[in-house]
Design a protein around this ligand. Structure first.
Ligand SMILES: *Cc1c(COP(=O)(O)O)cnc(C)c1O
Length: 464
């Protein structure tokens, strides 16, 4: 067996405590069968998200001490701006405290009730922020991107046919098009440069800007380097630059590929758009040289962006995720393939065919993972996305019922991830003993964060 090259070693550790099954059962009931309600101190391996959960490097921690906390014109802002311009290439660099604020600023200033925004697949906060403006969030990923087992190398690609159809139907109601790299809600699947080039030409042919949701741009670039003909010898940075040169701006959650615990930014070429957004930024986040972040946070983002471009780092990181997926497959757990960049997605419809979508199979598996193994994942299925059809009022379920196991960057060892695969294998053997769930309480938007549920028919989640 060829062992992977691990491009870092451990310098600081965070203790993890052992939690019994009884404690976990009580914690889960108290949380209303919603893992967002669990205290992290009761979790062994936390794969809820790869967002803001990275381990920072010694150089990033060092940069924190060098924060220039000037209200205006912090030297960390200039370094942040220069580092981002060097990779992304856009004229205006606007810091925000996380990605959804970048989205909110863009959507508040550019959308109205008539607007329609196509994307390969909108991430949940992106969709919610578009809909918050009364606008329509349209998903245009290729059909292969909705097939949980097809072996297409770039399942995040946008369908040009679906995009053209959207333009035929909505025309001037489309103020810009977005592409999410990698496609988080579609399984962390990459988008090819060939596709980005085509979408870019299509949009620009109609005078419509192309905006990237760039959260995992470095992971996407790594897949292009490995899978797309002609890019094997190019550096991650060169590929990233080629991607961004095809667009007109981006929103970014620095909590992903900038390897920090908090931060984000928005980049734009258009002076008028940037001016409107900067005015709103000052109202809700802060002055344009800090945007809701401390000077030291800007320094950590800049350093993280330099580190994430390292091919050895990306090879290990994406390899870690893939190896966990392979171990799950070896135990007969159905997962979305090929494995994406930041997470393994368990296909709950195939794993729990006895549960209809109305019984929240992916949420049931998410809860069972915690109950059995102290592992926290997140449901990306009906709890997150089912909604009432505005015309008929009937519930529309999403195409897939997934449980996302997102791997934090530079945090867990191979042993932790092998353990997760083992727990998934054990749960598969529970089969029909695993019960579905029903909602007891829910909020009107983004309900998956706060909803309370209970096992159907009362009693325990896993029948004896
Ligand atoms: C995380 C994420 C966001 C939102 O960023 P936050 O920093 O969590 O606000 C937007 N789009 C995608 C694809 C994401 O993964």
């Amino acid at each position: 067996m060829e062992l992977p090259f691990v491009p870092y070693r451990i310098k600081v550790v965070e203790p993890v405590r052992r939690v019994s099954r009884e404690e976990r059962a009580a914690a889960l009931a108290k949380a209303g069968y919603n893992v967002f309600g669990l205290p992290s101190s009761s979790i062994y391996v936390d794969l809820l998200t790869d967002s803001g959960t990275s381990a920072m490097s010694d150089a990033q921690w060092g940069a924190l001490v060098q924060g220039d906390e000037a209200y205006a014109g912090s030297r960390n802002y200039y370094d942040f701006e220069e580092t981002i311009r060097d990779i992304f290439g856009y004229r205006h660099v606007i810091p925000t405290h996380q990605g959804r604020v970048a989205e909110n600023l863009l959507f508040t200033t550019r959308l109205d009730k008539r607007s329609v925004v196509p994307n390969n697949i909108h991430f949940d906060t992106t969709r919610a922020n578009v809909e918050h403006q009364g606008a329509l969030a349209l998903d245009c990923v290729i059909d292969e991107g909705l097939d949980p087992t097809g072996e297409h190398p770039f399942k995040g690609d946008m369908s040009l046919a679906k995009l053209a159809e959207a333009f035929d139907r909505y025309g001037d109601r489309i103020p810009f098009v977005m592409i999410t790299i990698t496609n988080n809600s579609g399984g962390g699947q990459p988008v090819s440069l060939a596709n980005i080039r085509e979408v870019s030409a299509f949009c620009h042919g109609r005078g419509v800007p192309l905006i990237f949701d760039a959260c995992r741009f470095a992971e996407n670039a790594w897949f292009i380097k490995r899978r797309e003909p002609g890019y094997g010898d190019r550096s991650i940075k060169e590929i990233a630059r080629e991607i961004f040169a095809l667009g007109d701006g981006c929103t970014m959650s620095a909590k992903k590929d900038a390897l920090v615990n908090m931060g984000g930014f928005l980049c734009l070429n258009d002076d008028d758009w940037a001016r409107d957004i900067t005015n709103l930024l000052i109202l809700i986040e802060g002055f344009r040289t800090y945007g809701g972040l401390a000077g030291r946070d800007l320094a950590a983002v800049a350093q993280g962006l330099r580190e994430v471009l390292d091919d050895d780092y990306l090879t290990y990181r994406i390899g870690q995720v893939r190896r966990m997926g392979e171990q799950m497959q070896a135990r007969g757990v159905p997962i979305l393939t090929p494995v994406g960049g930041h997470a393994v997605y368990v296909d709950a419809r195939r794993l729990l065919p006895h549960l209809p979508q109305s019984a929240f199979p992916a949420q049931a598996f998410t809860c069972a993972l915690y109950l059995e193994g102290g592992v926290r994942g997140v449901e990306i299925g009906s709890l997150m996305f089912a909604h009432a059809d505005p015309e008929t009022g009937r519930t529309v379920h999403p195409a897939m019922e997934l449980v996302r196991l997102a791997v934090p960057r530079r945090v867990y060892t191979e042993t932790h991830l092998a353990y997760v695969a083992e727990v998934c294998g054990r749960l598969r053997e529970c089969g029909e003993r695993l019960r579905g769930l029903e909602i007891v309480e829910e909020a009107p938007v983004l309900r998956h964060f706060t909803a309370r549920l209970r096992p159907l028919g009362g009693g325990s989640l896993i029948a004896d």
